[in-house]
Design a protein around this ligand. Sequence first.
Ligand code: TXA
Ligand code: MG
Length: 305
Amino acid sequence: MRVLKNYELEEAVKIIKAGGTVAFPTETVYGLGANALNGEAVKKIYKAKGRKADNPLIVHIANEKQLFSITPPLQEDAKKLSLAFWPGPFTMILPKKNIVPNETSAGLNTIGVRMPNLSIALEFIKLAGAIAAPSANISGKPSPTMLSHVLDDLNGKIDAVIEGEKSYFGIESTVFDPSTKTLLRPGSITVEQIEKIVGKINISTSVKANEAPKSPGQKYKHYSPNAKLTVVKQHEPASLKKEPLNYSAANLIKEQLIEVTAENLFEILRDLDKKNISHAYIKYPENMAVLDRVLKAAQYNVLEI
Ligand code: TXA
Ligand code: MG
């Protein structure tokens, strides 16, 4: 596998045009890209990640021309959202044109579309054409926010990676379906920001047992390190003082609490495994998008102290 410098973009473009796979930096997390219009190339992404074939990919575009090659003209809300949030950490579910193969959309008649906000990614996509790309990690593992994470997971399994900085946001894009006004995955673009543009929206970011997922990705295990994770919700000290035993147990846990943010979450999860830590306590995060990842990573193991 080749590690390409930003001045070697032409090489990356050649690999994509020949049906290969190239990981690349974005402002959210690193993506693993292939030509979105080449079903055989896209299959290589699923294979390298060990991703289930029914979990569709996000198509990354760099301009309007690429957008309208894969989807019909945008409805009013979608248009407003694209103007507000693209380029940026925002993915919209849109109808797909027939030119997009089933491998990319996992058989759905819609596709997730995103215009990333990082110049090297935009330049790469502009030259290579629309790129299908999930996060560049082994399925089920924390998403990659730096080159070393991509190398740890995918070295030898993909053709190349474009070297870049640490991802600015550190968590994946917000996923929103404008046709049903439904948030499918929280991210750095917030509910409030979306509601300012399209009014009240529905939120469907986690699925209960026996409920059909609205976005295929919702049903899979995510972001899991080998370490056991406990998400710790703290209550006011006054209510704990009534139970002195609990109080000292709680204090022990408090000393070990890890505070996570969007920027450091995936790095911290990966470091737990590097350090062979078997059990970690994470402070219940306030941010909805961080909380979503943390709860999934901990498989909803929450402790109230
Ligand atoms: O920030 C990001 O979005 C990163 C970077 C690389 O752009 N990509 C990323 O892709 O997170 P991935 O594959 O890890 O997540 C894609 C999510 C999945 O939850 C998938 O189910 C959902 O988008 N998705 C894709 N197409 C969809 C569709 N047609 N309908 C519903 N959900 C869709
Ligand atoms: Mg992913």
